[in-house]
Design a protein around this ligand. Structure first.
Ligand code: SAH
Ligand code: SF4
Ligand code: F3S
Length: 449
């Protein structure tokens, strides 16, 4: 049996795509291996969002090239495929830079992976596929009949929307993932039902702009994300729903109401803001002000008190002054985050901001990043600390590192570990939070459902 090694970098949508590629490969007879040196086919599912992410792939490819040479000496076929956003952005350049790459395949063509492998074998030449084909990839991908070993068994990702039309001036996603597209409702429902039958209890609906979802239902009507959440909540076995990533401009009233009225929709909102300075927000083409953001957060909190907020931030966007940066700190203090992800601005080829002459010095970016991260870390600690002594609902996911221990997640996405006697993954329990550790909360079970 031939073996494949698939590794995904970047966002959750890549994780989802990686799983779907594994299913594709399983359907044509590949087994999976966790050892790249042992693989007849290696797929690197790449991310192009920042320079570091993209460059990492080339050092990875260097290692793979050496492994390939030594395997080929023993007459073993070794195909190297580059998928994901670097594949889409760089296409043929990848093969020009690393000759041993056999396949370059963009995110819209994964359903064609089996035939592209055949094409490569037939022609002996590198195959480059970076079109945005008419026939969507989702329709063509194999249905998940079995759970691959890497899939989290209790909690699963489900991509419902892909691509982006917003063109923030720093971002490659509109170029690598193409125009916004929403999967039809029936298609999403069918996949959700299959996942539930396989034992999945929590679904995280994914999209680069997930709340811009507008899927067509079988009766021809358009369904919003709130509508989709409502219908998926009715599926037997699905006890929790989450969604990410959202954009402020698509945070509609019905979605905010869903947080108030649907107990299966978890009280967690990932709502990136990038900057707290209106001047910078404008230059980023975000289409909203800091005030718009804070007002929206207030409305969401009024609808679902205690909801956990997380966000993404960029420091050192071209032209960002100390005063602009301080506005970001100010916004963070006001919004109060349960978790925050902050990045140094990285100029990306082909994006408008990369061409600006007022780039911020690296040392300034470093210093700002440290200050922002210290603030966010403190807020996260406070959020976690406030849970101590409370009972939280925990969905148990998997065994912990210590024997007898189980790890699950709180509604607020915190990892929680507890003694698992009499319990198993998939159980939804009430847990009393006892202490805050470095990466998780510790608890004990108060009540099993
Ligand atoms: N659709 C989401 C973001 C997707 S990209 C949104 O609109 O908020 C994920 C995160 O990567 C972004 O939120 C941003 O914080 C970061 N990011 C994107 N491009 C970047 C760049 N050029 N440099 C640094 N960080 C970047
Ligand atoms: Fe990128 Fe902006 Fe689209 Fe988010 S909304 S994916 S940051 S272009
Ligand atoms: Fe990276 Fe592409 Fe996701 S650039 S963040 S893998 S959409």
């Amino acid at each position: 049996m031939k073996k494949a090694f698939v590794k995904s970098y970047g966002c959750q949508m890549n994780v989802y795509d990686g799983e779907r590629m594994q299913e594709q490969l399983a359907a044509i007879g590949y087994g999976l291996t966790a050892e790249p040196d042992d693989a007849d086919l290696v797929v690197l599912n790449t991310c192009h969002i920042r320079e570091k992410a993209a460059e990492k792939i080339y050092s990875e490819l260097g290692k793979l090239r050496r492994a390939k040479t030594s395997r080929e000496k023993h007459g073993k076929e070794t195909l190297i495929a580059v998928a994901g956003c670097v594949a889409q952005a760089e296409g043929a350049e990848i093969v020009a830079r690393v000759k041993s790459v056999d396949l370059v395949i963009g995110p819209q063509s994964y359903h064609r992976l089996p035939e592209l492998i055949e094409e490569r074998r037939g022609s002996g030449k590198a195959v480059i596929e970076t079109e945005f084909p008419e026939a969507g990839k989702f329709a063509g991908l194999a249905a998940p009949k079995t759970r691959t070993p890497l899939t989290r068994s209790v909690s699963a990702f489900l991509t419902v929307q892909e691509g982006c039309d917003k063109f923030c001036t720093f971002c490659v996603v509109p170029y690598t993932r193409g125009a916004e597209y929403s999967r039809p409702v029936a298609d999403v429902e069918a996949e959700a039902r299959r996942l539930a039958e396989l034992g999945v209890r929590e679904l995280t609906l994914l999209g680069q702009n997930v709340n811009a979802y507008h899927g067509v239902a079988e009766n021809g009507e358009t369904v919003s994300l709130a509508g989709l959440v409502a219908s998926l909540s009715k599926i037997d076995g699905i006890v929790r729903l989450r969604y990410m990533t959202s954009h402020l401009r698509d945070m509609t009233d019905d979605l905010i109401e869903a947080h108030a009225g649907n107990p299966k929709l978890m009280p967690y909102l990932h709502l990136p803001v990038q900057s707290g300075s209106d001047r910078v927000l404008k230059a980023m083409n975000r289409g909203h002000t800091a005030e718009n953001y804070l007002r929206l957060v207030k409305r969401v909190r009024a609808a679902r008190p205690g909801i956990a907020l997380s966000g993404d931030f960029i420091v050192g966007f071209p032209g960002e002054t100390e005063k602009d940066f301080e506005s970001t700190l100010e916004l963070v203090r006001e919004a109060r985050y349960a978790a925050g992800y902050s990045f140094k601005y990285s100029p990306r080829p082909g994006t408008p901001a990369a061409d600006r002459s007022d780039q911020v010095e690296e040392t300034v970016k470093d210093e700002r990043l440290q200050r922002l991260q210290a603030l966010l870390r403190g807020q996260q600690r406070d959020f976690n600390q406030a849970c101590v002594g409370k009972d939280l609902e925990v969905l148990l996911e998997k065994p912990g590192r210590q024997s007898g221990q189980l790890i699950g997640r709180s509604p607020y996405l915190q990892a929680v570990h507890l003694p698992g006697e009499g319990l198993k993954p998939g159980d939804l329990i009430q847990a009393r939070i006892e202490a805050v550790g470095t990466n998780s909360l510790s608890a004990h079970c108060r009540e099993a459902a």
